[in-house]
Design a protein around this ligand. Structure first.
Ligand SMILES: [Zn+2]
Length: 420
């Protein structure tokens, strides 16, 4: 990798692309000033309207890492950015999770001189964004139902990934523990397999290759009817330790909580390796990541220390329930059903809430009644509240955990003032 100063990229863009990024950037600033979000999407939307191939132009000459999957994209993107900071170069990233084309355009336009880019991509857009950016690395974390998705849609998505990856010149970093992901990466030319774990098994009982029943034996999985099986891994998380390609174990003492985040860190090390960065070099910046787009942030509110956890789908809820500090610390659960959340809340029935027993539980959000019915069924005692402040007043404790789905999470962040 060249260590000389990177060439200025902005002036290599054609005139219309330059205009599109300038107008888009101005719109993003205007949007921020108007208090309408962080402006990371509107600039990209306007830019793309003026210049539809803007993303390809902006990605040209950069080394791009795309990160996709149902859960953990934003956190893993942040951890990879931290790991690659060892290179000492400017890195473009959509750190706040704007992960469709306009969000990617915006992230690249804001960092015209960055020769590296780490970009989170919505799972459905990955094939198109892979083509548009000619990415050097694509990271596949997991595939499970998100809100209203049904199994058939996830399988279709895996098939589109498989086709796209078979045709691309790209290094794939893929989770060997997720059979759908393993199948999707199965025809790619260069794959680094990572044992990144699979918390949610319910969407992968069938062999993606032949439809037969998949068998599981500890962490291993295989099909009884065809040769499809878990590929041998180069990187693994074992307990609290990362095991590298040479079999060396190092303790992962992260500031971020939970097993899911330790897995995400192992993925970040596997990406760093592609760029010539060893675990020792990447460890410290990865350990120091404390909050990601407001998640895991500790905030003080009326004398109570709150920790904010985002859970958008069944797998996300399992991860959030995993990292809760033990009872009697109270928990506030908030569920909405706006468009970004999915209108259908039947997925609440896929999550086992029984482990919330034995601590104060508060329920808020537009769909608090749906959640209340669900908790009743699991015999979890709870109290309905009008929002975060009512929960704090009722609990009157030194700390509280908050788990919310997407728009409920954003509303709580807004109520607390923009945090993290
Ligand atoms: Zn099979």
């Amino acid at each position: 990798m060249s260590t000389s100063s990177p060439p200025s990229r902005r002036f290599s863009l054609p005139l219309r692309a330059r205009l599109a990024t300038t107008v888009g950037g101005a719109a993003g600033r205007a949007s921020r000033l108007a208090g309408r979000g962080d402006g990371s999407v509107i600039g990209g939307v306007i830019g793309l309207r003026l210049k539809p191939d803007l993303l390809s132009l902006l990605a040209r000459g950069r080394q791009v890492v795309l990160v996709t999957g149902t859960n953990g994209k934003t956190t893993t993107t942040r951890l990879i950015t931290a790991a690659l900071s060892a290179l000492g170069q400017q890195i473009a990233s959509n750190a706040f999770g704007a992960n469709m084309e306009a969000g990617l355009v915006s992230a690249l336009a804001k960092a015209p001189d960055a020769t590296l880019a780490v970009l989170e991509v919505d799972e459905k857009y990955m094939p198109a964004m892979l083509t548009a950016t000619s990415a050097r690395v694509v990271v596949l974390l997991n595939l499970s139902r998100d809100q209203m998705d049904r199994a058939a849609e996830i399988w279709m998505l895996a098939r589109r990934w498989r086709t796209a990856l078979a045709a691309a010149q790209v290094r794939v970093i893929a989770n060997a523990d997720d059979p759908l992901v393993a199948w999707a990466a199965g025809q790619a030319r260069q794959v680094t397999w990572v044992a990144a774990g699979q918390r949610w098994h319910d969407d992968s009982w069938c062999c993606p290759n032949c439809g037969s029943h998949l068998r599981r034996d500890g962490e291993d999985w295989y099909c009884g009817e065809c040769p499809n099986r878990r590929p041998p891994v180069r990187w693994a998380l074992v307990g609290d330790e990362v095991i590298d390609a040479a079999g060396r174990a190092r303790p992962l003492d992260l500031a971020l909580p939970g097993r899911a985040n330790r897995s995400n860190a192992v993925v970040a090390f596997a990406v760093a390796e592609v760029f010539g960065i060893g675990v020792t070099q990447a460890m410290e910046p990865v350990r120091q990541v404390r909050s990601v787009a407001g998640r895991y942030t500790q905030v003080e509110r009326n004398g109570t220390a709150l920790r904010l956890l985002l859970a958008k789908n069944p797998a996300g809820w399992l991860e959030a329930l995993d990292v809760l500090v033990p009872p009697p610390v109270p928990v506030l659960l908030a569920v909405n059903a706006q468009t970004p959340d999915g209108k259908d809340t039947s997925w609440l029935w896929d999550v086992d809430y029984r482990r919330l027993r034995g601590r104060p539980v508060f329920v808020a959000g537009e769909r608090q009644l749906d959640l209340a019915v669900r908790l009743e069924a699991d015999e979890v005692a709870f109290r309905m509240v009008g929002g975060i402040d009512e929960a704090i007043a009722a609990a009157r404790g030194p700390s509280m955990e908050v788990i919310a789905n997407y728009t409920a999470f954003q509303q709580i962040r807004a109520a607390l003032g923009r945090v993290g």
